[in-house]
Design a protein around this ligand. Structure first.
Ligand code: A3P
Length: 290
């Protein structure tokens, strides 16, 4: 029990429980009607999952909660000590259509998803808010490595040494992949600015048509305030030895620009300079404040 070391899988640091079970993940058999929700950790995974489940269940919150792959469903790659079944074990036994979530970078997504031409929704969040959110999460999630002090944590993020690897490669990997694959690439900041418009894009991608009042209901249920109070969405039911809620809440702040309360001026300058190098040559841009 407790915090786990990271081990490299094809150059990407992953929790040892995941790397030890990598063969099973790599050989996972996707089905053509699987939907993959992919994110770097803390980019808005849970938010998108709630949106998708509500869309697929006609805006009915109770039905969405009963979806076999609702929010507490493990990540595709998540592996636990036996006898607890792995994400893959559970998915094999799950009826279609499946909504599958993953934090894997595009190059580590099991090949069967590409062979089956599965739809994927990617959520990207600006790196400064993303790293702040991850820093708080690693304090409460007792499986993740110790975050240590902020200064060191920020450096690890910039160096790609956190669990699930480099944010820069993650966001760029899916951005490039969407030229060839059925990927809806969304941004946390757009979801904050225009939830109705973004939920509509997801509806179109899923080929689901809903009445305007149903759409507005989904906007309401997926607001930060509603999700923070929804025990099925706020992870308050996770055992204390995994999520130590005395160290913070899963639904922490839900804002754009909170990084300004954490980065010093010099950290911000160093970050921006490094960012220019790591993101050179991409058309991908991020909104750092609203
Ligand atoms: P903060 O720590 O900045 O508050 P993930 O689900 O990928 O782990 O991401 C969690 C982050 O998304 C947290 O960010 C959480 O508060 C935020 N979040 C979850 N639901 C949200 C919502 N409905 N609106 C805005 N932010 C949300």
């Amino acid at each position: 029990e407790g915090r786990l070391p990271l081990k490299m899988v094809h150059g990407v640091p992953l929790l040892e429980l995941i790397s030890d079970n990598w063969k099973q993940v790599e050989q996972f058999q996707a089905r053509p009607d699987d939907l993959l929700i992919a994110t770097y950790p803390k980019a808005g995974t849970t938010w998108m999952q709630e949106i998708v489940d509500l869309i697929e269940n006609g805006g009915d919150l109770e039905k969405a909660r009963r979806a076999p792959t609702h929010i507490r469903f493990p990540f595709l790659e998540m592996t636990y000590p036996p006898p607890v079944p792995s994400g893959v074990d559970i998915l094999i036994a799950t009826p279609s259509p499946r909504v599958i979530k993953t934090h894997l970078p595009f190059q580590l997504v099991p090949k069967s998803f590409l062979v089956q031409n599965c739809k994927m929704i990617y959520v990207a969040r600006n790196p400064k808010d993303n790293v702040v959110s991850y820093f708080y999460f690693d304090q409460m999630n007792k499986m993740q490595p110790e975050p240590g002090p902020w200064e060191e944590y920020l450096q690890k993020f910039m160096d790609g040494n956190l669990s699930w690897g480099s944010w820069y490669e993650h966001v760029r990997g899916y951005w490039d992949a969407k030229k060839k694959h059925r990927i809806l690439y969304t941004f946390y900041e757009d979801m904050k600015r225009d939830p109705t418009g973004e939920i509509q894009k997801v509806m179109e991608f899923l080929e689901v048509d809903l009445a305007p009042d149903v759409l507005q209901k989904i906007v309401h249920y997926t607001s930060f305030k509603a999700m923070k109070e929804n025990p099925m969405a706020n992870y308050s039911t996770i055992p204390k030895n995994i999520f130590d809620v005395s160290c913070g809440k899963f639904m922490r702040k839900g804002e754009v620009g909170d990084w300004k309360n954490h980065f010093t001026v010099s950290q911000n300058e160093a970050f921006d300079e490094d960012y220019q190098h790591k993101m050179a040559g991409t058309t991908l841009t991020f909104q750092m404040e609203m």
